[in-house]
Write a protein that binds this ligand. Structure first.
Ligand code: UD1
Ligand code: CA
Length: 472
């Protein structure tokens, strides 16, 4: 469809008082992304960012910074006096800049994030076909309480008489089932002509954008409504509980999409998967797994329960055992992690490498087939292929001021409980004796011992006991 006549205004200036939160409402997240970013993503399917006007006000600086990268334009509503007042600022913005407003204006609510691009396209299409002054997107949810209600001329005809806010419903209107989604198309010049006629004579003392409908109808302008195919996509989020309902709906949709692509997800209702996550076919995700941010997981992997994987890339055929935490890590194919491994940013685990229980890595490159199976800290290190890091071995990468690098060659054997004091280089194939504190470089093919010699005193116990005998 040709949507070139459309500009888009997104109402995102409100505080979200009902959330009882310090964070502005439109920056609360569902599916791992701010509400407003979901709405902007849907808007971009209809118009380019330079024709999207984001109305911001409460914590405007913070909201602007959070979405600036999308390239949208901003309109400031310094005081939030209602949705009608928000659109008055858009009108003032065009008057001030002298730019020509778009012929049609699609208005979106920053707190209605599940809206689908197809529905917006249908709404725009209907609006043009009906040559309407205003077209309202509606739905009939099981419980309409709290929403504005759309009253039609007759049940089965598109024409609308008014939108009535919850608090203004008369007793006979209380059961009206069709809700206003807060999403509309306007003929821009019609909208702008009527915005100044709004009043604050209502329960909230605000300028309601919804009052425009009755004003237009009174002047015989065409106001129509379109029912959305699904109720979920027009649900608003005014409270944390409503937000979490949308979050669950969005994550379930993501899980379903992945399952349709061949991923097995046991008990998908227990998983927390962000919308941007990609997973290859034949990978199995066990219950209570979190896959967050831009995480990408290959094929034939198994992610066991209670692992939290964020902004990480995992190859094919990787086993992530229970309780692993990965953040900005890269894991090669056929690797084995966990249980309880902690891969911090900059961890690059090579193909077929093993990271075992209670091993923490940070900014480390571990070569192909290398293993650190138990109780280690490996930070700021470059470790070759086929290296065995024994239980309890650690890199001392920090001297209290600076971080230093440990370089370990191919085929090195690092004995258990070794302390590798960086900066340090250990040559290929060398052995580090268990319990060593290594402070000097070790050339290739060497054995390095850094521990005091053992002393053994045979018969010592008996001697001590006889000496310690109490006197009679
Ligand atoms: C609004 C509608 C209601 C509809 C519901 C759908 C009005 C008067 N009512 O009610 O009919 O059923 O949405 O979710 O419009 N905002 C501003 N500036 C303001 C006030 C609000 O930008 O001065 C923004 C908010 O940030 C929010 C959106 O507009 O993103 C809607 O405002 P909100 O206060 O949530 O309206 P509702 O009471 O939900
Ligand atoms: Ca709302």
């Amino acid at each position: 469809m040709d949507t070139s006549a459309f500009g888009i205004a997104i109402m995102a200036a409100g505080k979200g008082t009902r959330l009882k939160s310090k964070r502005p409402k439109v920056l609360h997240e569902i599916g791992g992304r701010a509400l407003l970013l979901h709405v902007i993503a849907a808007a971009k399917t209809i118009a380019p960012p330079e024709r999207i006007y984001c109305i911001i006000g409460h914590e405007a600086k913070r909201v602007r910074a959070a979405v600036a990268a999308t390239g949208v334009d901003f309109v400031l509503q310094p005081e939030q006096c209602g949705t009608g007042h928000a659109l008055q600022q858009v009108k003032a913005h065009f008057a001030a800049t002298g730019a020509a407003p778009p012929a049609q204006l699609l208005v979106l609510s920053g707190d209605v994030p599940l809206i689908r691009p197809e529905t917006l396209a249908d709404l725009c299409k209907l609006h043009l076909r009906e040559r309407a002054a205003m077209t309202i997107l509606t739905a009939v949810p099981p419980n309409p309480t709290g929403y504005g209600r759309v009253l039609r001329v007759k049940a089965d005809c598109p024409e609308v008489t008014a939108i009535v806010e919850q608090k203004s419903l008369t007793p006979s209107q209380l059961a009206a089932p069709e809700i206003n989604s807060g999403i509309y198309c306007f003929n821009t010049s019609c909208l702008f002509a009527y915005l100044d006629s709004l009043s604050t004579d209502n329960a909230h003392g605000e300028y309601y954008l919804t009052d425009i409908a009755a004003l237009l109808v009174a002047d015989h302008k065409r106001v129509v409504a379109m029912k959305a195919d699904s109720v979920e996509e027009v649900l608003g989020a005014n409270t944390i509980a409503e937000m979490m309902h949308l979050d669950a709906a969005m994550r379930l949709a993501t899980a379903r999409k992945l399952m349709a692509q061949g991923v097995t997800i046991f008990r998908p209702e227990t998983s927390v998967i962000d919308s941007g996550v990609q997973v290859g076919p034949d990978t199995i995700i066990e219950p209570f797994v979190q896959l967050l941010g831009n995480t990408r997981i290959g094929e034939d992997c198994r992610i066991r329960s209670y692992s939290v994987i964020q902004n990480s890339v995992i190859g094919d055929n990787v086993l992530v055992r229970n309780g692993c935490i990965l953040d900005e890590a890269v894991v090669g194919s056929d690797a084995l992690l966990g249980p309880y491994s902690h891969l911090r940013p900059g961890s690059e685990i090579g193909e077929a490498a093993h990271i075992g229980n209670f091993v923490e890595t940070k900014k480390v490159r571990l070569g192909r087939g290398s293993k650190a199976n138990h109780l280690s800290y490996l930070g700021d290190a470059v470790i070759g292929a086929g290296v065995n890091v024994g239980a309890g071995a650690i890199t001392c990468n920090y001297d209290g001021v600076h971080k230093h690098t440990t370089t370990i060659g191919d085929g090195v054997f690092v004995g258990s409980d070794s302390t590798l004091v960086a900066p340090l280089t250990i040559g290929d194939r060398s052995y580090i004796a268990a319990g060593s504190c290594i402070t000097e470089d070790v050339p290739a093919d060497s054995l390095a011992l850094g521990r005091s010699r053992q002393t053994t005193k045979p018969g010592w116990v008996a001697a001590r006991k006889s000496k310690a005998k109490p006197k009679e």
